[in-house]
Design a protein around this ligand. Structure first.
Ligand code: FMN
Length: 482
């Protein structure tokens, strides 16, 4: 089995600031470069060894946490501050300033009154960490095994759709960042770039594919075949999005990115989907014609710009609009039942994880259906308003699963202490959502890397400060009710 970032692969492969750490003895000023990719020649990926906890630089620094602190404080001596704030509230505030109103609404928004997003936070806050003393924590191991891969840390990047709203390089920037940090990236069905482009940017680094189960079974089969060919190592089936939630921020702006042709790159790059869209384009138009307004013209341009091929040709062709309409028709099925999983099983050789579980009985059914893992998630509060905090659902599901398959967790994770709590309650690993979107907004791939490095650093320091030398030490007795 491959290591997280096996040497010899053409990977983007260094944590920003490693250069600084390793060149501490170089002439004054040499280590004072800002970490922004456009300004730091060493941030060009591909030069330095993998971000792996066995790397001597991590060991020499005394772990991930001290490595990251060292880089930031050393830069600080020269007056250089991190381009990506280390604490989430400021990260979000700064991202809000650089994103368009529609992009920010799409990323930050949750369903309805957004009370589930609040519940996610409250569930984490209700657990306090109780540090333990005088345990040897001089060497800390954050590594974890998932589906035959040893990962340097228990972090994954959650699938996030429509990243072109956030940064022009979208998913490809995230793919480069994930590969550089050895953190698996779960490629979304609603990505802004085809999975093959992300895979090409990732070399041998781990990626998974997230599936929204389309009404076209032929399209599902095509997605799965492409995901396997693109080197995805697991399939994540998101179950909580049979329809889009009631997203007040988007609704009030009248904003649905997909209707602008955004976030449908997996579809428009797919031969089965292209055939379906072409069939639709050949049919006579039915239904009301859209009013011709400046906004409608802008939408037309957006659809033509995002569709593959030259924009001028797309403007004249019925195909781009037919593609959007076809997508809106076949996006997701509402008639799926547990019985359908057997068919999915027969369609792929990849391990299957179900994402969106919140009830222990559903976890039991998932096990009975033979899945290989579950992800406890409420989609970051974006689907059901008034729902339970995701962390509150975790212990019951961990108990129901009883160690038979890995339980992953997401929704509301904002810092290393949050990761610590989820792991202490039995999650094998944690997926991060909005924080990396905001890093992407602020500094592209480098921003995503900084977010990963910060989370990993804070987790490492929290372990050091609570008497934990490895993830096996993270047990529920380290938590107390608030
Ligand atoms: C802007 C945005 C887009 C998302 N798109 C997807 C998606 O395409 N597929 C999916 O399974 N989950 C999607 N999610 C949910 C995330 O995978 C993850 O469950 C959630 O972000 C975790 O919550 P957090 O943002 O509070 O960390 C999306 C979340 C956000 C914020």
């Amino acid at each position: 089995m491959r290591s997280p970032c096996s040497p010899g692969t053409a990977l983007p492969d260094r944590a920003p600031g490693w250069h600084d750490l390793r060149t501490a003895a170089s002439p004054p000023g040499a280590a004072d470069q800002p970490t922004h990719p456009s300004e730091d020649p060493m941030s060009d990926p591909g030069h330095l060894p993998p971000a792996d906890d066995t790397d001597p630089a991590v060991r020499a620094a005394g772990g991930w946490g001290r490595l990251r602190q060292g880089v930031i404080y050393r830069d600080g001596v020269s007056g250089v501050r991190p381009t990506v704030p280390t604490a989430f509230p400021e990260l979000e505030r700064r991202a809000a300033r650089v994103l368009s109103a529609k992009a920010y609404a799409y990323v930050a928004g949750s369903a309805g009154l957004e009370s589930t997003a609040d519940a996610n936070r409250r569930a984490l806050d209700r657990h306090h960490i109780v540090p333990r003393m005088l345990r040897d924590v001089s060497a800390r191991d954050l590594s974890v095994e998932l589906f035959g891969r040893r990962l340097a840390s228990p972090l994954l990047l959650a699938p996030i759709g429509v990243l072109e709203l956030v940064h022009p390089e979208a998913d490809v920037a995230v793919a480069r960042a994930a590969a550089a940090e050895g953190v698996p990236y779960i490629l979304s069905t609603q990505a802004s770039r085809p999975m093959e482009q992300c895979a090409a940017a990732m070399g041998d680094a781990p990626r998974w594919f997230q599936l929204y189960w389309s009404k076209s079974e032929e399209l599902v089969a095509s997605f799965l075949a492409r995901a396997e060919a693109a080197g995805c190592e697991a399939l994540v089936v998101t179950l909580d999005t049979t329809v889009l939630g009631w997203r007040a921020r988007d609704l009030d702006l009248g904003s649905l990115p997909f209707s602008q042709g955004q976030g449908i790159a997996q579809y428009t790059s797919d031969p089965v989907f292209r055939r379906l869209a072409a069939e639709r384009a050949g049919q006579p138009k039915t239904g009301p014609k859209p009013k011709v307004t400046p906004a409608a013209v802008r939408s037309l341009f957006s659809i033509a710009r995002t569709h593959p091929g030259p924009m001028l040709r797309n403007l004249r062709s019925p195909l781009p609009r037919a593609a959007v309409e076809t997508f809106l028709d076949i996006f997701s099925r509402q008639d799926l039942t547990w019985g359908d999983l057997a068919r999915l099983r027969s369609m792929t050789r990849l391990p299957i994880l179900l994402k969106g579980l919140q009830h222990a009985d559903d976890a039991r059914r998932a096990l009975a259906a033979g899945v290989d893992g579950v992800i406890v998630s409420n989609h970051g509060g974006r689907q059901v308003d008034g729902a339970t905090g995701s962390l509150d659902a975790l212990p019951g599901i961990v108990e129901a699963v009883g160690g038979r398959v890995p339980v992953l967790f997401d929704s509301g994770v904002r810092g290393g202490a949050d990761v610590f709590k989820a792991l202490a309650l039995g999650a094998r690993a944690v997926c991060v959502g909005r924080p990396y979107c905001y890093g992407l907004a602020l500094a592209g791939a480098d921003g995503v890397r900084q977010v990963i490095q910060n989370l990993r650093a804070e987790l490492d320091l929290t372990m050091a400060l609570t008497g934990c030398a490895s993830l096996a030490d993270l047990t529920p007795d380290l938590l107390a009710p608030a």
